[in-house]
Design a protein around this ligand. Structure first.
Ligand code: HEC
Length: 450
């Protein structure tokens, strides 16, 4: 019962805030003769304000006894709340004393300040300290793909950032829902009101994992459904950590999970297909796809269940016929690997009509600037591989209209070192790769070749 009454506090506090603000407003409102009587109601309003703030104070006290809140943050909120109760009482009483008239306005200003402070401290308790500003730094989102696994400390570099972004809000220094803190190793080991939450080596017995895996609608699901959920990758990272012994000091390499983690993190990367259109298309013409297969072309969906196609010409015969067929499925074709083939500028005039392409690989082909210039209408293009071709800086310059270009690979081309800076300036939003690097692999690279 006590807990129930305590939980009314977040609801109840809005009453004194509204009522007392109304009194302050009336105190300052320039009022014309016929409405003068409004002033007389201020005292009455203040009395209601006082009683409602008293009720808020009592429920607030009961709520603070639940132990879910950081005691220091609660203390300050309590002090200013008690101050507000007394101030509203004083103000209500003095509003009836004519001789105190000169200080009415002063009291109202002090009260406005105290309402603001108490409200803000209370808000920080329920919503977390950074609630007001949280909208400004989305950078807090964990980015595990940037972690250098070879050198990473498992807990510090992988586990902690996940807990920080997804759990600290309710299980951190200012709030401890379920009497649980997840912000320091000793707190994690201690567990919450239901006991231990982490059993090293045993994922099934670790409550902190079990809760993540409960159905979203289960009331014990973590984080609660209205909050930002963990990604599958993040859950996999936490599980692997527990399997490996939930050590707080070990490096990833030392935990024996290096390969496992590399797989987890990289598989996730392949699923992020930012260069596949969101709008689905009906399946491509099966006859055309069959015709391509017959010519030795590898045609696969970009992802399971997608109708968008990825094409690899690695074993293609009869290049001209192949390219004609590709045009017949141009709405579906988003990735094309045509590297290491006798592709010429003449072929490029046809390839330019593949206007859904987001990735185009033409490394080790016979193309030149002349052909490349014709590609400037391929505005969907995001990744373009021109390694080991004869293109020069002026050919690449012709691509500046392609605003979606994110990366262009230019190793082994005829671009001179002194031209690189100028090119970089002309493509402020594109990564131009002149040096030695690894070209990102397309799934078609590993496809079985028949
Ligand atoms: C929006 C607030 C919120 C967030 C965010 C949140 N939790 Fe919770 N958590 C709660 C509440 C409330 C309870 C207490 C439920 C209860 O009383 O049984 C709880 C309880 C738990 C418990 C059980 C503690 C015990 O011993 O009873 C675990 C384990 C837990 N949370 C894990 C997590 C993990 C892991 C995350 C981050 C991935 C997380 N929570 C994020 C609100 C939250």
């Amino acid at each position: 019962m006590q807990e129930f009454i305590g939980r009314l506090h977040p609801l109840l506090v809005h009453l004194p805030i509204g009522i007392l603000l109304l009194a302050i407003l009336f105190e300052w409102l320039p009022i014309r003769k016929p409405f003068k009587s409004i002033r007389r109601s201020i005292r009455f309003i203040l009395w209601i304000g006082f009683f409602s703030s008293l009720a808020s104070g009592i429920t607030g006290y009961l709520l603070s006894q639940s132990g879910e809140y950081d005691s220091q943050a609660v203390t300050w909120h309590q002090y200013s709340g008690i101050g507000l109760i007394f101030l509203s009482l004083t103000y209500a009483w003095s509003r009836g004393q004519k001789q105190l008239k000169p200080i009415y306005k002063l009291l109202s200003v002090v009260m406005l300040g105290l309402i603001t402070v108490t409200g803000h401290l209370g808000g920080s308790l329920t919503h977390g300290e950074d609630y007001l500003t949280a909208g400004f730094d989305s950078a807090k989102e964990t980015d595990l793909s940037n972690v250098n696994l070879q050198q990473a400390i498992y807990y510090n570099d992988l586990v902690k950032p996940i807990l920080e972004s997804k759990c600290y809000g309710c299980h951190g220094s200012s709030k401890q829902k379920g009497k649980l803190r997840l912000d320091e190793p000793q707190h994690i080991l201690k567990g919450g009101k239901g006991g231990v939450i982490l059993v090293a080596g045993k994922v099934d017995e670790s409550e902190m994992i079990n809760r993540l895996l409960l159905p979203l609608n289960d009331e014990d699901h973590m984080p609660p459904k209205e909050k930002k959920q963990l990604t599958e990758k993040e859950i996999a990272v936490l599980k692997t950590w527990i399997t490996s012994g939930a050590d707080f000091k070990k490096s990833v390499a030392g935990s024996g999970q290096l390969t496992e983690l590399e797989n987890i993190l990289s598989s996730q990367k392949a699923v992020v297909l930012s260069d596949v259109p969101e709008k689905e298309v009906p399946p491509a013409d099966a006859n055309v796809v069959a015709g391509l297969h017959k010519l030795g072309v590898v045609v696969v969906p970009v992802a399971s269940g997608s109708n968008y196609l990825s094409v690899n010409l690695i074993n293609a015969t009869a290049l001209d016929s192949v390219i004609d067929l590709l045009i017949a499925v141009k709405e579906h074709l988003v990735w094309l690997k045509a590297g290491n083939q006798p592709v010429t500028d003449i072929h490029l005039t046809k390839i330019a009509r593949l206007t859904s392409l987001t990735r185009l690989a033409l490394e080790h082909t016979e193309i030149t600037d002349q052909g490349v210039v014709g590609l400037k209408s391929m505005t969907t293009l995001q990744h373009f591989n021109l390694n080991y071709t004869k293109v020069t800086a002026s050919g690449v310059m012709a691509l500046t209209p392609l605003k979606n270009l994110q990366s262009v690979y230019l190793y082994g081309t005829n671009i001179k070192p002194e031209e690189m800076a100028e090119l970089n300036r002309s493509f402020p939003h594109t990564h131009l790769e002149f040096g030695n690097y690894i070209v990102p692999a397309l799934p078609t690279d590993t496809v079985e070749v028949r």
